[in-house]
Design a protein. Structure first.
Length: 247
């Protein structure tokens, strides 16, 4: 059985890492290239890079930034935000991403997931779900969809998604713990890996999430102290969480 993964997340806007609470009041947290390299060196299993302003649209600036981040990493790298077509996904892979993440465009046109999986392989397709009150939301969490997160995760897998990145909007940025009930429900509904996101504030929170999900996304808990990742790994091992040897 694969070991649990610790995945720092870089929410990026205008070329800078930002973080807020429940998707609002974004604060500047630093340079994505330097933070990405620091996490890679500190033993992260993967890195997720999300353009929270969804400005892809083929812009050379974002693709250049993805290339710069990828050049500094020794770990798998997922990029999302504004992916609306197979061409967008292919451009990101050419720029250095290992996987692409889709959200709003897939909700609007679910067959996009199959198109991406057919061309790039399911292992390269991550469907991100931003959920509030059990409902999948679109456009950075601002737009209701009427779809239950559990149902959408199941449909996404059927269409070819290789992973589900599940963010609890209620818990996001609060550091009060993941939404374990929602995460467990989604994980039980699919056979692909689920990445728990939103709410990590302590090693105990992460350990609890890894009891129901295959990976934990980390943001606020790390960005103010990137060196926290090494001590977090040590704490998790002390709590009995089996992690890969990052030495």
């Amino acid at each position: 059985m694969p070991l649990p993964r610790l995945i720092p997340c870089l929410d990026v806007a205008a070329g800078r890492v930002v973080k807020g609470i429940r998707f609002e009041n974004l604060r500047d947290m630093g340079d994505p290239v330097e933070l990405g390299a620091a996490y890679s060196d500190a033993g992260a299993d993967e890195l997720v890079f999300l353009d929270v302003k969804a400005t892809l649209e083929g812009t050379p600036a974002l693709l250049a930034l993805v290339a710069r981040v990828a050049d500094r990493l020794a770990i798998p790298f997922t990029v999302g935000g504004g992916v609306r077509s197979v061409a967008d996904g292919a451009s990101l892979l050419r720029a250095g991403a290992d996987k692409i993440s889709v959200n709003t465009a897939a909700l609007a046109r679910p067959t996009l997931i199959s198109e991406l999986a057919n061309l790039l392989g399911s292992q390269a397709v991550v469907v991100a779900i931003d959920a509030a009150d059990g409902e999948a939301r679109a456009r950075a969490g601002t737009e209701p969809t009427g779809r239950r997160a559990v149902d959408w995760a199941r449909e996404a897998e059927e269409l070819g998604a290789g992973e589900i990145l599940l963010t609890s909007m209620t818990a996001d940025g609060t550091r009060t713990g993941y939404d374990l009930e929602l995460t467990a429900a989604v994980a039980a509904a699919v056979s692909v890996p689920v990445i728990a996101s939103g709410g990590a504030g302590s090693a105990r929170h992460v350990a609890d999430a890894l009891e129901v999900a295959q990976a934990a996304l980390l943001a606020s808990i790390l960005h103010e102290r990137p060196d926290r990742l090494a001590s977090l790994r040590h704490e998790l091992c002390g709590l009995g969480v089996p992690l890969r040897d990052a030495a």
